[in-house]
Unconditional design. Structure first.
Length: 221
């Protein structure tokens, strides 16, 4: 899976991608992540990538042209230069937007299954000129009912979740908890924990070795 991120703050991704499972997935080549900065291609002589909103209001809007230029370049270049002969590249474009459709595991699964390349467009300020969505045919996607300062965190959340669905990213297929009965209430040793004079026990059923009962318990916890 190839992720392409259009952002004016590519450095924000560094620490998350350079550790743990994301780093391993990148090192193994199971995923790739590339960044494209609208500031590098803006035709504005002051390197501006935003302008005041039509209709008035506070804040600035990200200009369409630099984003569209990058988007067109990514699809064209990737297709021409990196197309593996055996595999047809299938692109999906996502604009991070608090008003978009809600991101879910189902969306992550479908994205990983149906596409080889995902382009994320990260907004800042008051958002992105709406003509970017019109021209790119992007999905508008939200990671939750709250407003972030930019689309970068949202893109990172989606990269993490979609990567889990890519073969070879999680060492053990069993680790994909989305596909098995799992609980949000987990325990490890010791079976009895003492804290401030009180004892905290691991539920007996989890220590029973009876997997039918354990699965049943996990469905409800
Ligand atoms: N009114 C603007 C809008 O609806 O797009 C809010 C802009 S917000 C301050 C700046 C950027 O952060 C957005 O353009 C979007 O890319 C990103 N963003 C904020 N909250 C988000 C969320 N819950 N899910 C996805 N992206 C979000």
């Amino acid at each position: 899976m190839n992720f392409h991120v259009i952002t004016i703050f590519p450095n924000l991704f560094d620490s998350y991608l350079n550790d743990s499972i994301m780093k391993k997935a990148l090192d193994k080549g199971s995923i790739s992540v590339q960044f494209y900065n609208p500031r590098d291609v803006t035709k504005n002589k002051h390197k501006k990538v935003d302008d005041i909103p039509y209709g008035g209001g506070p804040g600035m809007v990200m200009m369409a042209e630099p984003i569209i230029d990058l988007w067109a370049d990514i699809t064209k270049k990737t297709l021409i230069e990196k197309l593996p002969l055996t595999k047809k590249r299938k692109f999906k474009t996502i604009i991070l937007s608090p008003g978009g459709e809600k991101f879910t595991t189902e969306y992550a699964k479908a994205s990983a299954k149906e596409h080889t390349d995902i382009i994320f467009i990260c907004g800042r300020y008051e958002g992105i000129d709406a003509r970017v969505a019109e021209i790119t045919g992007a999905d508008l996607v939200s990671i939750g009912d709250y407003v972030l300062t930019g689309g970068e965190l949202a893109a990172m959340v989606m990269i993490d979740s979609i990567s889990r669905q890519v073969d070879g990213v999680l060492g053990n297929k069993q680790s994909l908890e989305e596909d098995r009965i799992s609980s949000h209430e987990m325990y490890t040793r010791p079976a009895e924990l003492k804290y401030k004079g009180k004892k905290y026990q691991v539920p007996e059923v989890l220590q029973s070795g009876n997997h039918k009962l354990i699965d049943e318990w996990r469905k409800h916890h």
